[in-house]
Design a protein around this ligand. Sequence first.
Ligand SMILES: Nc1ncnc2c1ncn2[C@@H]1O[C@H](COP(=O)(O)OP(=O)(O)O)[C@@H](O)[C@H]1O
Ligand SMILES: [Mg+2]
Length: 283
Amino acid sequence: MSDGDGAADSPATDPVDAPAVDATGLSYAYPDGTPAVDGVDVTVERGERVALLGPNGAGKSTLLQLLGGLIDPDEGRVRYFGETDDADAVRDRLSVLTQNPADYLFNPTVREDLAYGPAQQDLPDGEAEGRVERVADRLDLTELLSKPPFRLSGGQQRRAALASALTVEPDALLLDEPVSDVDAANRETVLALLDELAADGVTIVVSTPDTELVPQVADRVVLLDGGGRVAATGSVREILTDTALLTDCDLRPPQVVRLFDGLADEPPLTVDAARDRLGDGDI
Ligand SMILES: Nc1ncnc2c1ncn2[C@@H]1O[C@H](COP(=O)(O)OP(=O)(O)O)[C@@H](O)[C@H]1O
Ligand SMILES: [Mg+2]
C-alpha cells in the first residue's frame, strides 16, 4: 500500500477498544435455497458474555459459523478485534466450537486432538503439553486422554471438543450448545470453567435454545426469531422476563421466572438466586 491512502488502512477505532466480534447485515441461505440468517447485526464487546437464544431452526448454528468465519455470508461482514475481516488471521485468538464435536476430533487419541491447536502456535517447549494436561484436568478428561475419540460418549466428545478449543487459549470463544447432552455434574464443571474464563476477560458467545442455561452463561442476549432474524437484544433479565416476546419466538421463560411471576417484582432468574432470596426472607 502507498502512503497516500493511509486513511483506508487505519482502523476507525483503536483496536484495543474495538469489539471482539462486530457483524453487520449478515445474511446467508444454504445452497439448496433454505434461508437461515437474514440481515443480522451482532456486536460482542471484549470480555462480554452473550447468548444467541432461539428456537430450533432459528439460525443459531449458521450465525455462529458466520461469526466464526467458518462460512462466508451472502451479504454483510464480520470484523474481528477491530483489526481484520479475515477470521483466518485471528485463528489463534478466536476458537469456534460447532454443534458437531466430531469436527474437532480426528486424531488417533484425545491427547493429540487437544494438542493439535497449540501445535500450530509457535509455543515454547513443553507449553503445549502443559496446556493439554491443565485443560484435561479442568474438564475431567485426564482418564480419557489416551482413548480414540470415537470411543467416547456424546457428552464426553463434546467436552473433548471444548477442551481442544481451549488449549489454544483464545481471547474469544464461540460455542454452539456447549452443554447439550452433557450430564449434570459435567455441566457444572463446564459452566464453572466458562465462569473462570470470563473472569479472565475471555469473550464468550454461547448459542442455545435453552432459557434455563442463559443466566448461567451470559449477561446479554441476542434473541433470534424462527426466521433467522434478531427479534430483540437486551440484558438477560429483560429478555427472560418478557413472556410475550419469548412466546413469539416459541420459547418460554425459565421455570423459576414462571414460578415467581406475580410474586416478586424482579423474579430471580436461577434456582440459586431464588434460594438466596428466600433465605434472606426477600420473597
Ligand atoms: N446444510 C444445510 N442445508 C440446508 N439447510 C440447512 C442446512 N443446515 C441448516 N439448514 C436450515 O437452516 C435453518 C437454520 O438452521 P440452524 O442454523 O441449524 O438453526 P439452529 O441452530 O437455530 O437450530 C433451518 O431452517 C435449517 O433447516
Ligand atoms: Mg443449532
